[in-house]
Design a protein around this ligand. Sequence first.
Ligand code: ADP
Ligand code: MG
Length: 237
Amino acid sequence: MSNPTATPVASLAAISKTYGEGEMAVTALSDADLSIYPGEILLIEGPSGSGKTTLISILGLLLKPTTGAVFVDGRDVTALHERELPAIRARHFGFVFQGFNLFPALTALENVALAIKMKHPRAKDAELQSRRLLAAVGLETRMHHLPANLSGGQKQRVAIARALGGDPTIILGDEPTAALDTKTALGVMELLRGLATEQGRAVVVVTHDPRLERFADRVARVEDGRVVAVETMRHAA
Ligand code: ADP
Ligand code: MG
């Protein structure tokens, strides 16, 4: 459960983002504030084009805001040089995408191990860590399968195991359940719920799907580039 007295693991302050310049300029976000707390699931909902991907990309340090400040673990990281960001990303963020983004020629185990080695080139136990993570997401009997031989839900579990590599404090998902049927989507959300509740990770999920709200501690609503409301849910699982 989220604890509003806790220190945010990350926050956005007065963020704006404009893509392009002059007549081509598109303002994707204006004056957006959002804080993320350990142990919570925060959903980000809003219509297509409202700025959700831009928001979560700025939060995950994949994209620089035009104005405003990004804090990670209490530190203002807005003005850091590009070369300082990979280490902060690796320490704090794991990413899960709608399309899974697994390497098709690599097994589940190899996909997870490669991600760990990319985050931590000197990691000596990447394979052991990958086995543990895949077991934790219920895939101990599927570790040596290629993505083509896994179901959508299993692929997304591999992607979640990969995101957990390096033990990040925050898991960010951009419509991670959009390609899944309802039952599988709810299973993936249950898994994420466990990571938040049992491991204290902050989980931020962009979604169009109001059925996911039952898993959320809070729901942030984005409209036309603004965070128009942040609701605390009373029925969090
Ligand atoms: P959502 O994820 O809610 O669909 P996005 O954050 O992807 O919204 O997009 C917000 C707005 O910014 C949209 O108008 C979109 O067309 C625009 N946009 C997103 N990415 C770019 C980009 N790389 N260049 C120009 N405009 C973009
Ligand atoms: Mg999007």
